[in-house]
Design a protein around this ligand. Sequence first.
Ligand code: ADP
Ligand code: ASP
Ligand code: MG
Length: 411
Amino acid sequence: MALYVHKYGGTSVGTTERIKHVAGKVAEARSRGDDIVVVVSAMSGETNKLVAYAREIQEIPASRELDVLLSTGEQVTIALLAMALEQIGCPAVSYTGWQVRIVSDSVHNKARIVSIDTERMTGDLKAGKVVVVAGFQGVTAGGDITTLGRGGSDTTAVALAAALKADECLIYTDVDGVYTTDPRVEPRARRLDRITFEEMLEMASLGSKVLQIRSVEFAGKYNVPLRVLSSFKEGPGTLISYEDAKVEEALISGIAFNRDEAKLTILGVPDRPGVASRILGPIAEANIEIDMIVQNNADDQTTDFTFTVNRNEYRKAFDILEKTCQSLGGRQVTGDDKIVKVSIVGVGMRSHAGIAAKMFEVLAKESINIRMIATSEIKISVVVDEKYLELAVRALHETFELEREKLPSTH
Ligand code: ADP
Ligand code: ASP
Ligand code: MG
């Protein structure tokens, strides 16, 4: 007998009809004799609605209270799914994060799971029940409710799969797998049968929100077989696994993009040791994650320093930077929150030169100005103006021949 963890995202549980549909799928899997643990998200739009309520009261909501609020979204769907399962004769029990002791650290709004107590779940599975667990939430050692960052139900599912030593973690969503790029931006995107953990991690980190980054990290670390598939249509989905010969063939596996970027520049700061840490230290202390960093070469003993942050944290970062600018005797702080990052990802890049040149050439041909560049072994990212996002993604998709079918050649 095998053990599977299923995860159903917001769209898949967006209405009571859809919850009944999910119950049907779970019961069917259960009837094959396997043990099933299900993780669900809040109904689509619910988490956003709760965030909006909080912001109507406090511009920057108190992080502890925000978690108390946000965790309610998933409490609704676990109960409804357990009822739907009971209704069709499939014994089930629902649990919030704290009830199954998904213990996290205490970084509210983006907590990390540190341990999971599987005893209660294992007992229920032995008793023949389907266990339904709320995604996205945990509890600190001190008993405070936390949430795991947007999209965090994916991480709950993978962490449960690791803790329970599940045979596979199945992420059911509204697309039937991982595509060469977001099919909403490039309809000619192609579903991948397989992708490596390494590539998926890059894709997720670079903005492909089909899986939360931490879920991929977790799956890689604990070697949890992970599959992304549709809750609406049958199919094999995409398997995320370790690199093998077959996966290695592709030069570029996908294009990721991130619309949530903003960039900040501090102009004319003294060019001397320790300046970078004085600029970034206070940003890190405020728990703001920094992405790309560029420091210009200076001739006149001063330098400009640019970095990107999540757009949500732009204002906060700007205010902190203005204070740093004053204390460092810098000239000015400028910023732009209408930028995006577009990246190409592929393990095949490792052994091929000239990919960057090709990427820049395509963007130049479309008259897209590149504002920042970052590279690693298996990815190249550029920052461009927001208005060029679709154009850049489609042009790159075509140049690197990622499309579903080769277009018929023109005679
Ligand atoms: P869920 O609510 O099930 O967690 P998400 O909205 O978080 O679903 O993730 C699924 C969405 O991810 C898709 O609808 C798609 O628009 C988007 N997406 C972004 N990049 C990709 C990609 N490379 N492949 C597939 N989907 C992608
Ligand atoms: N409901 C949470 C969100 O919208 C978690 C999730 O869906 O994974 O971010
Ligand atoms: Mg998601």
